[in-house]
Design a protein around this ligand. Structure first.
Ligand SMILES: O=C(O)CCC(=O)C(=O)O
Length: 272
């Protein structure tokens, strides 16, 4: 399914559409491997006590989690989209074409995260990304999820609920598992029986609307299930923040950066 043959904006947001699109074989697996090398270097540097900002390392917090190398204990690394392969990927013409079709001629990237999902790591419960994005305007917000490794039922692939982009943002309750990753929340007031797993190969790319309900399951295998995720909006989108003790706090993980202007990617691309 290519961006030329479908109306991507409709596929993502119209009520009778799935709310996501899958581009199989989108990128060479070498691109994901380069990203994995870069995040491993960041994880090791952080473990040695170095300042790795702007990168923001979040470790697994489940009790009894087993690992050997520093990166084995990392759940996610945020704020990567201004550097390295994470940045240059966004300048690929094929990426620009998807983003223009999904959002329009002007696009900002505001969030990025590399998800390690090492063996034994828990998945992320059912949620809608817009729960985390108290923005004005609230939409369009679009995510790109690049499979760095294969994603299988055993290693904790994504599951989506097609059509759920038509739902408002539901109530989310805190993930009840003690030691789950900081910030995980869960939708418990919706039937997920019609959900489907997304079985992916390295280099496959998922594009999804921020109201789409999705989750990932636990990694029960002995292999890593890694993915790189970016989120995008229109320029001028404002983070309204959440109110804590009477003060509006914007997420420190958000960092709005231009990626497309007048339909043209800003920045240098890597080869596919
Ligand atoms: O890849 C995962 O394990 C979860 C990703 C996810 O749910 C998200 O990026 O919103």
């Amino acid at each position: 399914m290519g961006t030329d043959s479908i109306n991507l904006a409709s596929a993502l947001r119209d009520d009778d559409q799935p709310g996501f699109a899958l581009h199989r074989g989108f990128a060479d697996a070498a691109i994901g491997n380069a990203m994995l090398d870069e995040v491993i270097a960041i994880a090791r540097s952080a473990a040695s006590g170095n300042d790795v900002t702007p990168a923001w390392v979040v470790k697994e917090s489940q009790e009894g989690f087993v690992g050997h190398a520093p990166e084995d204990y990392v759940a996610k690394i945020f704020k990567l989209h201004r550097t390295g392969t994470f940045r240059s990927f966004l300048a690929l013409p094929e990426v620009a074409s998807i983003l223009v079709a999904a959002i329009g001629p002007d696009v900002d990237c505001f969030l990025s995260q590399f998800i390690f999902k090492n063996p034994g790591a828990w998945g992320q419960p059912w949620h809608q990304d817009s729960y985390y994005f108290p923005f004005e305007p609230a939409r369009p917000i679009v995510g790109l999820w690049l499979a760095v490794t294969r994603a299988t039922l055993e290693n904790g692939c994504l599951h989506v609920l097609p059509g759920s982009q038509a739902e408002p943002v539901h109530q989310h309750v805190p993930d009840s598992r003690p030691g789950s990753v900081y910030g995980y929340v869960e939708i418990v007031d919706h039937d997920m029986d019609a959900s489907a797993p997304c079985l992916l190969s390295p280099g496959d790319l998922m594009v999804f609307d921020s109201h789409l309900m999705h989750r990932s399951t636990d990694n029960l295998s002995d292999e890593i299930r890694a993915a790189m995720v970016w989120h995008f909006c229109r320029p001028g989108t404002v983070d309204l923040g959440i109110e804590i003790a009477g003060t509006k706090i914007e997420s420190p993980l958000n960092d709005f950066m231009p990626v497309i202007r007048d339909g043209i990617a800003v920045g240098d691309a890597v080869g596919k």
